[in-house]
Design a protein around this ligand. Structure first.
Ligand code: BES
Ligand code: MN
Ligand code: ZN
Length: 492
């Protein structure tokens, strides 16, 4: 993780230097000082690069005469009235994206007189998020491909360190999620997911692990039906963080789909792109990372994360299309398509979570349907919710951190599409509205009076291209959203 420090003034002027401007010329503050020291080179470079001060746009000045550093970046802030926390994070992301493999090891970002402490902390947060990469299996990288940037110093921001400490805790959760999502499926499977999460106890999180025998005893026939085609035994992991100092506060429960690899089972997926199904545990990854973030920043809330962990494989013991399984709450499900396995995992995980923890709110996250990608692409995750207030809280949290949600409909007319002739329900409806009928299935396992939201994150946990605060690959989607949802609504 990028090491961030906050200094009153420049300690080592030999490091790469970043200055900011919202305008094309007529620089102020540190940018004006650089311009003066370089005999106007910054103004000339900005002009040559058609710099307009647009947020997160970058002009690079190499080997500037008159300065001790090897390079200066002039980075746009956009207009002052639009310079909010998210914009500051994008600016930080642009800085690390440019310098990560530049050969520079340290950078000074001089924000004196330009950014508030809060915005400076968010700039550093964006820089740290964007610097994360997953390289443990790259053994032959050439030195000039390897990330060089290790330290970022914010210069001239008053008292940003406290704000940043909180954001750094959240970034730690994001990094945990991205690592889980990135690990290959021969390394990450239900048991190893649990093993890799045991260190959460060090943050003060209480861990509860159910093995397959215990889940069989509890009657989780739907979850175990998915797992039965794999040699990897299923696991359930619950993570409890109670930062309220009281034991009478009903918890918020987050539940994650943790299919560590989804072949489709007997309803086998086509080969092209099947490797992507290593990230079919992205919901579980987000829930685990969110628990990390909440505990690391000692959130004053009672939150429980539950992840249902299975591998969906086809073998001689795999469940068949046509099988009828019985869920933990006694409902029967006709398994029409073994590739609609996420809902089978979630229904037992969610029922167990409600029975065990008696929550007033359940939010589940799942890479549940390809159909949500057809609907929303990769910009928004789908939000399905039985309570307008909860939907508003989640949408607001997502908007605040740049992990956007788009509300989708649910209702009786959709619900009856999953009625079965032989059992209480079937695990797929018609092709049309596939994300909605998936949500309806989960909704049949929510107890009366429980506020529930389902986030279909199939389009957002993995990115084919780099974004403002992530590289290509695992995005960590959901961690900052859930953290913010807790911060804004349960820590009052
Ligand atoms: N994990 C997939 C959903 C998915 C597909 C996520 C593509 C990301 C990219 C899920 O288990 C699945 O296979 N869903 C099926 C449901 C269908 C059989 C009703 C789907 O979306 O095709
Ligand atoms: Mn599937
Ligand atoms: Zn799946």
């Amino acid at each position: 993780m990028l090491a961030v420090s906050f200094l009153p003034e420049l300690a080592d002027p030999a490091h790469a230097l970043v200055v900011l401007s919202g305008a094309a010329d007529g620089f102020a503050g540190p940018a004006a000082a650089v311009d003066a020291a370089t005999g106007g080179a910054l103004t000339r470079a900005a002009k040559a690069a058609r710099f307009e001060g647009e947020a997160a746009s970058v002009v690079e000045l190499l080997a500037p005469a008159g300065l001790a550093c090897g390079r200066v970046l002039l980075v746009g802030t956009g207009p002052a009235d639009k310079l909010d926390a998210l914009t500051a994070e994008r600016i930080g992301g642009a800085i690390t994206a440019r310098l990560l493999t530049s050969g520079e090891t340290q950078v000074n970002v001089d924000v004196a007189g330009v950014l508030s402490a809060d915005l400076a902390a968010h700039l550093a947060h964006g820089a740290a998020l964007r610097a994360w990469q997953f390289l443990p299996y790259r053994t032959t990288m050439k030195p000039r491909q390897k990330p060089s940037l290790a330290d970022l110093a914010i210069i001239g921001a008053a008292d940003a360190a406290a704000t940043y400490a909180r954001l750094e805790a959240i970034a730690g959760g994001v990094a945990r999620t991205r690592t889980l999502v990135s690990e290959p499926p021969n390394v990450l499977y239900p048991e190893s997911f649990v093993d890799k999460s045991l260190d959460l106890a060090g943050l003060g999180i209480e861990l509860i692990v159910l093995d397959d025998a215990e889940m069989r005893r509890l009657g989780m026939g739907a979850l175990l039906g998915v797992a039965q085609g794999s040699v990897r035994p299923a696991r359930m992991l619950a993570m409890r963080w109670n930062g309220t100092g009281r034991d009478d506060v009903k918890p918020v429960v987050f539940v994650g789909k943790g299919v560590t690899f989804d072949t489709g089972g007997i309803s086998l997926k086509p080969p092209a792109g099947m490797e992507d199904m290593k990230w079919d545990m992205g919901g579980a990854g987000a829930v685990t990372g969110a628990m990390h973030a909440l505990a690391a920043r000692k959130a004053k809330a009672h939150v429980i994360g539950v992840v249902g962990l299975v591998e969906n494989m086809p073998d001689g013991n795999a469940q068949r299309p046509g099988d009828v399984v019985t869920t933990m709450n006694g409902q029967t499900v006709e398994v029409i398509n073994t590739d609609a396995e996420g809902r089978l995992v979630l229904c037992d995980a969610i029922w167990w979570a409600q029975e065990t923890f008696n929550p007033e709110i359940v939010v589940d996250l799942a890479t549940l349907t390809g159909a949500i990608i057809v609907s929303l692409g990769h910009e928004h995750a789908g939000l399905f919710c039985n309570d307008d207030g909860l939907a508003g809280q989640l949408s607001a949290a997502g908007a605040a951190v740049g992990e956007k949600l788009w509300r989708m409909p649910i209702g009786d007319a959709y619900d009856k599409l999953i009625d079965s002739d032989i059992a209480d329900m079937k695990n797929v409806g018609p092709r049309d509205g596939g994300s909605i009928t998936a949500a309806q299935f989960i909704g049949r396992f929510i107890k009366p009076g429980v506020k529930w939201a389902h986030l279909d994150v199939a389009g957002t946990v993995w990115a084919a291209k780099p974004g403002a605060v992530h590289d290509k690959g695992a995005t960590g989607y959901g961690v900052r959203l859930l953290d913010r949802f807790v911060a804004d609504n349960f820590e009052g």
